[in-house]
Design a protein around this ligand. Sequence first.
Ligand code: NAI
Length: 330
Amino acid sequence: MKILMYSTFDFEKPFIEKAKHGKLELVYTSKNLNHDTVDLAKGFEGISLFTSDIANSTMLEKLYHLGIKYIALRTVGHDHIDLKKARSLGIKVANVPEYSPFSIAEHAVALLMALNRKIVLGQKLMEMGDYRLDNLVGFDLHGKTVGIIGTGKIGSAFAKIMHGFGCTLLAYDPFINEELIQQTKIRYCNLEELCQSADVISIHCPLNVDSKYMFNKSIFSQMKKGVVFINTARGMIVNTEDLIEAINKGIISAVGLDVYDKERPIFFKNHISEKFTDHVYTILRSLPNVLITGHQGFLSNEALQGIANTTMANLNAWAYNSICENELEK
Ligand code: NAI
């Protein structure tokens, strides 16, 4: 089965090549799926997409007319594809429902620790020859309250790490994870209570109708003064302009982001010779207590191999006409 792999990066190719087996003939392109590149899919039975590829209704129509029958997402999230439309066209879609949750959970911890212990600021001062400590005071996480939004695979991994640090844990999730309660003594509560009590808030839920812009002016105003806010889930869960206002008001003392609501034109690309036109992003980047990474939570050897293995398994299931366990909207 011939598959066009959109948006492939050099860093993932060795993992895909290692995982490749069965009836697959893969062609790689570094290009995103968009109106200019959709015709590249002609002559292929399937395509594979990354988070930066938007498969909306119009795009799916075009893919269908080009003969595409299968779409293998190399992501957990599937908010970038119109599943109902795919289903109506008979295009099968599968995702990678899990791969090392530790990769993203540990990245959230890295952001939190770097912010709390002022690692980036300390390095910048040192580079200038300033070894004074006056601006580098952090706090012990031990004994602090950490609020976790979404206690699925990644949120649970994050909770266990924070439990190990000696934190008190609060959770907001419509699904109560009893095993996690046993393991970490995490307490489930409503979003308002979590925001009023937490010294650190970390988001680990998917983007859906309930979570879209869940963090806005109203909820920021209820947060404990000085809270550290981490988002490694999806950018659109947070209203960025309201976030900047909450930072400027001193409600939020530090922010660690691996995602941004308008990240698609920015992340995963080289912008060395151009200026950003996104004014809000430029303001966010300029704030000294904001640390941004470019959607790299999944970037560990273990996670990349997991993504590649499951993507190849999904494609082979279709190639051999067997059941694809990870098919969405079956
Ligand atoms: P999961 O499905 O195991 O867990 C998600 C949890 O969130 C579930 O317990 C669910 O009940 C809960 N949830 C759903 N809607 C909610 C809401 N409105 N409010 C609070 N909780 C809600 O998913 P997993 O694997 O833990 O991934 C979580 C998210 O992390 C993904 O959806 C994705 O957006 C993000 N992610 C980010 C990556 C990165 O590189 N930065 C990589 C992989 C995932």
